[in-house]
Write a protein that binds this ligand. Structure first.
Ligand code: FMN
Length: 206
């Protein structure tokens, strides 16, 4: 790989932001497939890539999906934590978001009894998800990676026809990007606060 390309990968990683504000513009199915195909070059440590993806993009799919989320929140008692005086408004806001976001991607992994295999499947899938975010960003599409409570609701998974042998690990929500969003700089904790060396830890013990 050329040095310039490496440089642009660093820039891509540092410039990517979570984009929560959605635009109504549709995203072509072919572009979604391209993003997923490139993202699937993530590493994995099993016989077969552990991730599976359910695409929600047509109007009827989005309405079904959004209704299923609202019903799941009711089953799980999620609304109890919201201000009850304007609950109807909150519910329509939540409904509108999931019904209006142009593309949602439900990512699942096999449920593994073995702790190591389970960790590996989720880790590989996290790499796959971040690849989706980066490739999408490169193609002027923003993503919100969500772990909303409904991902742990088996009835919700059943409604999406996700097999009971699988666990939803995330839902991803894609939108075209406003150019202003690409200028938001990310902040991260300085390296000195989370990197140690074994020698320095041992010296501090002495
Ligand atoms: C495992 C995981 C779960 C996340 N869940 C949510 C979520 O449920 N809702 C949300 O708004 N953002 C969610 N995010 C996005 C993070 O809030 C976001 O990545 C973080 O604030 C850093 O911002 P950045 O992505 O713009 O760098 C999640 C991110 C990760 C990695």
């Amino acid at each position: 790989m050329e040095r310039d390309e490496l440089h642009s990968i660093s820039q891509l990683i540092q410039s990517r932001r979570t984009i929560r504000k959605i635009l109504p513009d549709s995203i072509p199915r072919e572009l979604i497939y391209t993003i997923l195909e490139i993202a699937s070059f993530a590493p994995f440590h099993s016989k077969k890539e552990p991730w599976e993806v359910l695409l929600i993009s047509t109007e009827s799919e989005r309405q079904l999906f959004s209704t299923a989320i609202l019903e799941s929140y009711t089953r799980l008692g999620v609304w109890d934590s919201y201000n009850q005086s304007d609950l109807d408004k909150t519910k329509s806001k939540v409904y509108d978001y999931f019904a209006e976001v142009p593309v949602s991607i439900v990512v699942s992994v096999p449920l593994e009894a073995d702790q190591k295999t389970s960790l590996e499947a989720i880790s590989a899938t996290a790499a796959f998800i971040q690849n989706i975010q980066l490739v999408a960003w490169d193609k002027s599409i923003g993503v919100t990676w969500r772990t909303t409570p409904n991902i742990f609701d088996s009835k919700f998974a059943e409604e999406l026809r996700i097999d009971s042998t699988r666990q939803i690990v995330a839902t991803l929500h894609l939108t075209k990007i406003k150019t202003a969003s690409t200028k938001i700089k990310a902040k991260r904790t300085p390296l000195s606060e989370w990197v140690t060396t074994l020698e320095s830890v041992k010296n501090n013990e002495a």
